[in-house]
Design a protein around this ligand. Structure first.
Ligand SMILES: Nc1ncnc2c1ncn2[C@@H]1O[C@H](COP(=O)(O)OP(=O)(O)OP(=O)(O)O)[C@@H](O)[C@H]1O
Ligand SMILES: [Mg+2]
Length: 420
């Protein structure tokens, strides 16, 4: 039996079709292990999940505690999946990233645009980016132009002499990336890629139709809220707010004079984000801080405190959207996800603030042990694994040897299906 990378013996076998999403959140750290299927889908095979240590508002503030928590989460995920993890796609929160537009171009040697030309114009554009102290995470094409004519989604196969592109460059600060890499290094976990969390979350919860029609995704976590706007199929805006569900808990602790753990329990058990949805006569027992005394309290008082903070979070998100200049024409409305979105009344409260249709976002596009992650708290972890799945498939498509292998696997899968 092989020893795992932390020196303990577990029944593991490293697997080339494996992808792992590691979500280092403010309140929980989760690892989602998936296996890319012969058909190009993602089977969930294991999950690790522990309370976060060493993080505040999505930012690592204590390296040792964060390392310890990550090691435990990875171990849990490996044991459940029964495979050793050899690299992760790790997220970086919306508050630590910035997006800016950039334009690049390429003189074409042949008249017809090839996939290689598209790759090259993206690489040229990436090299033009002056990120300063920041490091580039993603360069996402928004639209291509051929000989000055824009609005092209995919120029491959079209003819022209100059290929241009408008792209979004997503960056994160050097210190944020370095701290993240240091933590992973100490935990002996290899980062395959660092991914902007809103991008990963969007991959897991939004449909192509929503992205085409225009949609805003709001991921309300513990210490932060990430915002991403898609229109015409592409990411137009991304940002983060340093406020989330933990602030609701804190407000309850202060407002009801109760310990934080009790406030968290009350929030989860009796919380509601919209007062009008609450029964006027309900009472709840609240432990008074510093004593064993129990104070019967109108549930509406909880509701008033929660509603106030939730309204503030959504109003701040709306202001950022309006300042982004891309808040018009979001026909598919708003999708809310993240642990804090679980509270009853969140959809209704968001509808009041945004004046748009709102739905809950849960992980889509997965199979296998999908029920294990069917919770808004796992959308980022699943999205990171799906991002990894996309990367793996793209790398295989670019390599004739691997593409051949996957083709053979696909044929084998079809063969077994026919005979089973
Ligand atoms: N049933 C529930 N009702 C209300 N709030 C809940 C419920 N379940 C979880 N939460 C809240 O969700 C928050 C955690 O959400 P999540 O796991 O998405 O955060 P995170 O990813 O760790 O943090 P962040 O994204 O800010 O770094 C906490 O504030 C928690 O209290
Ligand atoms: Mg989160």
């Amino acid at each position: 039996m092989p020893a795992d990378y932390r020196g303990e013996e577990v029944a593991v076998s490293k697997h080339s079709n494996q992808v792992v999403g590691l979500d280092i959140g403010s309140t929980k750290i989760s690892a989602v292990v998936g296996e890319v299927t012969p058909e190009g889908g993602l089977d969930i095979i294991g999950v690790g999940d522990r309370p976060a240590r060493g993080l505040r508002k999505g930012v690592i503030v204590d390296i040792d505690s964060a390392v310890e928590a990550i090691v435990k989460v990875m171990k849990d995920a490996e044991v459940m999946a029964g495979v050793g993890v050899d690299g992760v796609y790790v997220g970086i929160s919306g508050g630590q990233i910035a997006a800016s537009p950039i334009e690049g171009s390429l003189e074409l040697s042949t008249k017809e645009v090839t996939p290689r030309d598209v790759q090259q114009v993206m690489a040229t554009t990436r090299s033009l980016t002056l990120a300063g102290n920041a490091q580039i995470l993603h360069v996402l094409p928004v639209e291509f132009q051929l000989d000055g004519v824009g609005g092209i989604d995919n120029p491959t196969g079209m003819t022209g002499s100059k290929l241009g592109v408008w792209a979004q460059v997503i960056t994160a600060t050097g210190p944020a990336i370095n701290t993240l890499l240091r933590v992973l290094d100490l935990a002996k976990v290899e980062a395959r890629d660092i991914v902007a969390q809103p991008l990963a979350t969007a991959r897991a919860v939004l449909t192509e139709d929503e992205k085409n029609l225009g949609v805003v995704l709001i991921d309300i976590g513990g210490g932060s809220t990430d915002i991403a706007i898609y229109r015409s199929g592409t990411l137009k805006y991304v940002s983060g707010l340093m406020v989330g569900g933990n602030h609701i808990t804190h407000d309850l602790a202060v407002g009801l004079r109760t310990p934080v753990a009790e406030a968290e329990r009350l929030k989860k058990q009796y919380g509601c984000a919209l007062l009008t949805l609450m029964n006027a006569d309900d009472m709840v027992n609240v432990q008074v801080i510093g004593t064993k005394a129990i104070q019967p309290t109108p549930r509406k008082l909880l509701g008033e405190i929660i509603e106030c903070r939730v309204e503030e979070i959504f109003a701040l998100a709306l202001r950022q959207m309006q300042e982004s200049g891309v808040s018009e024409g979001l026909a598919a409305g708003v999708v809310i996800t993240g642990g804090a979105s679980i509270m009853p009344g969140m959809v209704e409260a968001a509808e009041v603030v945004f004046g748009l249709p709102v739905r809950h976002g849960l992980p889509l596009y997965i199979s296998g042990l999908a029920d294990l992650v069917n919770n808004p708290m796992y959308t980022t972890g699943v999205g990171l694994a799906l991002y990894g799945c996309d990367q793996l498939l793209a790398a295989e498509a670019a390599s004739p040897h691997h593409a051949g292998l996957r083709g053979a696997l696909r044929r084998m899968a079809a063969w077994f299906q026919n005979f089973s």
